[in-house]
Design a binder for this molecule. Structure first.
Ligand SMILES: NC(=O)C1=CN([C@@H]2O[C@H](COP(=O)(O)OP(=O)(O)OC[C@H]3O[C@@H](n4cnc5c(N)ncnc54)[C@H](OP(=O)(O)O)[C@@H]3O)[C@@H](O)[C@H]2O)C=CC1
Ligand SMILES: O=C(O)C1=N[C@H](C(=O)O)C[C@H](O)C1
Length: 242
């Protein structure tokens, strides 16, 4: 039985992950929140799961490296510098970072990449996400992950193609761009649609999360899979064999 430590343990996801750890037959190794210290948690655990805040990432990775323990990072709102930190940590320990640990979104990303690779850029791509009123980052990590999948299918860089929100006199849509729109309200666990829009026809690929169980179970599955791996940066498609 693996001892799993949770960073962000009292949050919405942290509490769901604690339940999923027990349901999966693994052992909870405690958890920390904003004022906690990740170092003793990393020493006490076989693996860490971090669903907290981007500001905590560097200290969490440092603690995992110092203890020589793998870490699953589900926190979203990450910027380029956070990905550099993850790449650097992955030289020393196994790290899995993803904006969405669900099977459904992992498969959706595959379908989006495939669709984008087959449709020319006369097909406009727009990504729409809806989340609960408490969510603090936008676009969601999942929307960005789906944007990366679309960009990779088109063999372009998302950073060169993304249009993140529109307001005012924006001018006509630029061909080849990938647009993002974020809605916030209520208790929505997480809805994502990738729209491919051409003249006179549209394709919509969607995933609707009905509760957080799909994320927490996926996070624990990722932790179980990551244990014992060589240092490196791993992905959800590898965990799920997709
Ligand atoms: N990858 C995925 O599949 C999913 C990712 N997420 C992401 O997970 C993250 C957490 O979401 P959610 O649980 O809804 O958010 P919550 O706000 O409910 O929980 C966040 C938790 O992290 C803690 N925290 C904040 N700062 C730190 C810190 N510096 N060190 C340690 N803990 C800290 C908070 O503690 P305190 O209250 O003390 O501030 C809180 O307990 C978000 O980034 C969200 O987007 C969510 C769902 C699925
Ligand atoms: O904050 C959330 O709740 C969620 N965050 C993740 C994201 O940003 O994509 C995953 C899921 O959609 C729920």
């Amino acid at each position: 039985m693996a001892r799993i430590g949770i960073i962000g343990s009292e949050g919405r996801m942290g509490r769901a992950i604690a339940e999923a750890i027990v349901a999966a037959g693994e052992t909870p190794a405690g958890g920390i929140d904003r004022d906690g210290d990740a170092t003793p948690l990393a020493e006490a655990a076989d693996i860490l799961i971090d669903f907290s805040s981007p500001g905590a990432l560097e200290a969490n990775l440092d603690a995992a490296i110092a203890a020589g323990k793998p870490i699953v990072v589900g926190t979203t709102g990450l910027e380029e510098r956070h990905h550099w930190l993850i790449d650097s940590a992955a030289e020393r320990i196994p790290v899995l970072q993803t904006g969405n640990t669900s099977l459904g979104v992992t498969l959706l990303a595959h379908l989006v990449r495939e669709a984008a690779s087959r449709l020319g850029d006369d097909w406009d791509i727009e990504i729409v996400e809806t989340h609960h009123r408490m969510k603090v980052d936008a676009p969601s990590g999942t929307a960005l992950l789906l944007g990366e999948a679309a960009a990779s299918g088109r063999q372009v860089r998302l950073a060169d193609s993304a249009v993140r929100g529109r307001d005012g006199i924006t001018g006509a849509r630029e061909a080849g761009t990938i647009g993002f729109a974020s809605l916030r309200g209520g208790s929505v666990a997480g809805d994502h649609s990738v729209l491919f829009l051409a003249d006179n026809e549209r394709i919509s690929l969607s995933h609707l999360a009905e509760n957080r169980g799909i994320f927490s179970r996926g996070a624990v599955k990722a932790a179980q899979w990551l244990l014992g791996k060589e240092p490196g940066r791993y992905t959800m498609p590898e965990v799920l064999g997709l």
